[in-house]
Design a protein around this ligand. Structure first.
Ligand SMILES: [Fe+2]
Length: 232
């Protein structure tokens, strides 16, 4: 079941006081074999890293700090949802269903949207540094799915109160957990200290007219309504 957390500023008294209101959704995916998916993604990681960087993009790792030797740096060159694997098929259905459930829960009407999806692999000692996905006028939704983890969290920071004593929401990683957040919300992970890889899937949901802002991923977008192959 989709759980929504609401973050809202106190009523504004001064004309110069900041205001915020944002929602954060969390749910759990139960019917994907995440062990199988982990194996598959680690193979895909090798394949993606065996090719040269696919684009000339100044911040290849999207400000995560993982550098160009990470699979994260290939994020814009493919769409994970286009990989041919039975668990990916199930994942597509799940993302669609959870997205509908998030939109219903926050009471926002659905638009024509596209999805771009990639994955991250962290090894012992690594973390993902704070970054944001979008602040453009078409800023929409991002999402995370934990595939394999060992005692890490993803931390979401209040986009207004993020400097002195940041207001944070720490979401413990748990296999199968899916989250939805506004793309302008800064987020990072705690340090991964496990021996096995920490694997997470991330996606951006973008509005049709905002596609130009999604470079270098804009060629790989999939219409969200089509990811379930007509099952819904
Ligand atoms: Fe991110």
């Amino acid at each position: 079941m989709m759980h929504i957390k609401y973050f809202q500023s106190e009523p504004k008294i001064s004309p110069f006081a900041p205001e915020w209101y944002y929602e954060f959704g969390e749910d759990k995916i139960d019917d994907v074999d995440f062990k199988e998916l982990s194996k598959f993604l680690l193979e895909k990681e090798k394949e993606l890293l065996s090719k040269p960087l696919p684009y000339d993009f100044n911040i290849v790792d999207a400000y995560t700090g993982l550098g160009e030797n990470s699979v994260t740096s290939r994020w814009g060159s493919y769409n994970l949802l286009a990989f041919d694997h039975p668990e990916i098929k199930k994942l597509r259905n799940n993302i669609f269903v959870k997205y509908i459930s998030f939109m219903d829960a926050v009471g926002v009407e659905r638009d024509t949207v596209f999805i771009q999806c990639w994955f991250n692999v962290l090894r012992k000692g690594q973390d993902i540094k704070a970054h944001i996905h979008s602040i453009n006028p078409y800023c929409y939704l991002g999402g995370h799915i934990t595939v394999q983890c060992d005692n890490t969290s993803t931390v979401y920071i209040n986009p207004i109160n993020q400097i002195n004593e940041p207001q944070i929401y720490e979401s413990p990683n748990e296999v199968g957990r899916i989250t939805f957040f506004q793309q302008n919300i800064p987020h990072y992970t705690t340090i991964h200290n496990g021996d096995a890889e920490r694997i997470s899937i991330a996606f951006d949901i973008v509005m049709k007219d905002g596609i130009d802002f999604t470079k270098p991923a804009s060629q790989n977008l999939i219409l969200l309504d089509e990811i379930t192959e007509g099952n819904f």
